[in-house]
Design a protein around this ligand. Structure first.
Ligand SMILES: [Zn+2]
Length: 337
C-alpha cells in the first residue's frame, strides 16, 4: 500500500478518529481546535477632532532622537540573532554539517546502516557523501513531532529518504519545504475525512512515522512511504524551490519521464495488471511516486518488466540502484575526483 493511499485505519488505531489536520494551515489537533479570539478592531487613542498644532523644533529633535535609538536597537538585535539557515552560504552549511558529522557520525552511521538498506549497500566513500548530505538536509528543516517523542534518529532517517532520492543530483535540500511534520500513526485530513500515511502540501512534508518505519523494515515489497512522499516533494520543489527552480535539465528529464510513463499509466488506468501497485493508476502524480518506490525497492524487477521506464528514471535521477556506487554521471552529481 503506497504512502498516501486512503485506507481503513489499522485496528490498533482506534481512538485516533479525532486526529485531524486542519485544512487551515494544516494544524494538527487531537481535540477540537480552540476558539478563535474575538477580533478587536484597532482604535486609535489620538483625538480626531480639534486643531492640530504644527511641530516645533523640540518635537523634531525628539522624533530624530527616537529614530536614532530605534536604529541602534535594530542593529543590536540583528547581531544578537543568528542568521537564518536559508541565508547561509553553501560553504558555511557544509562546514556546520561537517562539525556535526565529526561529533555524531559514528552514531548516525550505525542508525543508517541498520535501518536504511540503500545506505548500507554504498561503498565507504559514497557513505560519507550520503552522511554529509543527510546532516545538511536535517539542519535545513524544522521537524515537528505530533503525538511522538522527539527523536534524533527519526530526524536522520527521514532526511536520509530525501537524500537517497536526490543522491545523483546536484541539489538536494528541497528548499521549498521548511517544515517536516512527523506524526506517530496514520491521520485524517479534514477536507476529505480520509486516512493518510503521509502527504505533501505547501505547509510541509507530512509523514506517519509508523508507516515510514514499516516501509524501510520491508525493503522488498515496493512499498515505502518515505520515498513516496519525497517523490511528491521533489516534484513540487523542482518548480517552486529556490535551488531547483533553475535546474532546467531536471525539468526536461521529468518531461521525458512523462512521455515514457504515459502509456504504462494509461494501460494501468484501463485495468492492466502491473508490477507497480494499482494505486499508481490514481493520477500521474501518484504514478510517479509509486514508480519511485518500486525503482528503489525492486529495481531488477522494474528493469526487466519496463526497461524503457527504468532507464528514464535512472536518467532523471542520475542513479541506478542496481549499481553499488549508484551514481551514473559523477560530474552531474557534483562529484569532483
Ligand atoms: Zn502519493
Amino acid at each position: 500500500m503506497p504512502g498516501d493511499t486512503t485506507t481503513t485505519p489499522y485496528s490498533d488505531s482506534a481512538g485516533f478518529d479525532n486526529f485531524y489536520i486542519s485544512t487551515y494551515g494544516d494544524t494538527i489537533w487531537l481535540r477540537p481546535p480552540p476558539p478563535v479570539e474575538e477580533y478587536q478592531p484597532y482604535q486609535s487613542n489620538a483625538k480626531t477632532s480639534g486643531e492640530s498644532k504644527p511641530m516645533d523644533s523640540a518635537d523634531i529633535a525628539i522624533i530624530f532622537g527616537l529614530f536614532i535609538l530605534f536604529l541602534a536597537l535594530a542593529n543590536w538585535k540583528k547581531k544578537e540573532e543568528e542568521v537564518p539557515y536559508a541565508e547561509l552560504s553553501p560553504e558555511k552549511r557544509k562546514k556546520l554539517a561537517r562539525a556535526v558529522v565529526e561529533e555524531k557520525g559514528t552514531e548516525y552511521d550505525d542508525w543508517l546502516s541498520r535501518y536504511n538498506p540503500y545506505y548500507a549497500s554504498l561503498p565507504l566513500h559514497m557513505r560519507s557523501r550520503f552522511m554529509q548530505r543527510t546532516v545538511e538536509f536535517a539542519q535545513s528543516k524544522e521537524f515537528r513531532f505530533h503525538e511522538l517523542e522527539e527523536d534524533e534518529s527519526i530526524l536522520i532517517l527521514i532526511s536520509a529518504a530525501a537524500v537517497q532520492l536526490t543522491f545523483g543530483l546536484p541539489n538536494f535540500l528541497m528548499d521549498y519545504f521548511h517544515v517536516i511534520h512527523v506524526i506517530r500513526k496514520e491521520y485524517v485530513l479534514h477536507h476529505d475525512n480520509e486516512t493518510y500515511y503521509g502527504h505533501v502540501s505547501r505547509n510541509g512534508i507530512y509523514i506517519s512515522w509508523d508507516h515510514f518505519a514499516r516501509g524501510y523494515h520491508d525493503y522488498t515489497d515496493g512499498v515505502n512511504v518515505g520515498l513516496h512522499e519525497m517523490a511528491h516533494a521533489i516534484s513540487y520543489d523542482v518548480f517552486l524551490g529556490y535551488q531547483d527552480r533553475h535546474d532546467r535539465g531536471f525539468k526536461r528529464r521529468l518531461q521525458e519521464f512523462r512521455v515514457e510513463g504515459g502509456p504504462v499509466f494509461r494501460a494501468m488506468k484501463e485495468g492492466d495488471p502491473h508490477l507497480l501497485d494499482s494505486y499508481a493508476a490514481t493520477n500521474f502524480d501518484e504514478f510517479w511516486a509509486v514508480c519511485v518506490e518500486t525503482f528503489f525497492e525492486t529495481p531488477e524487477s522494474l528493469r526487466d518488466e519496463e526497461p524503457g521506464l527504468y532507464a528514464t528514471i535512472c536518467e532523471l535521477l542520475n542513479q541506478d540502484p542496481t549499481r553499488q556506487d549508484k551514481i551514473i554521471d559523477k560530474r552531474m552529481a557534483g562529484i569532483r575526483y
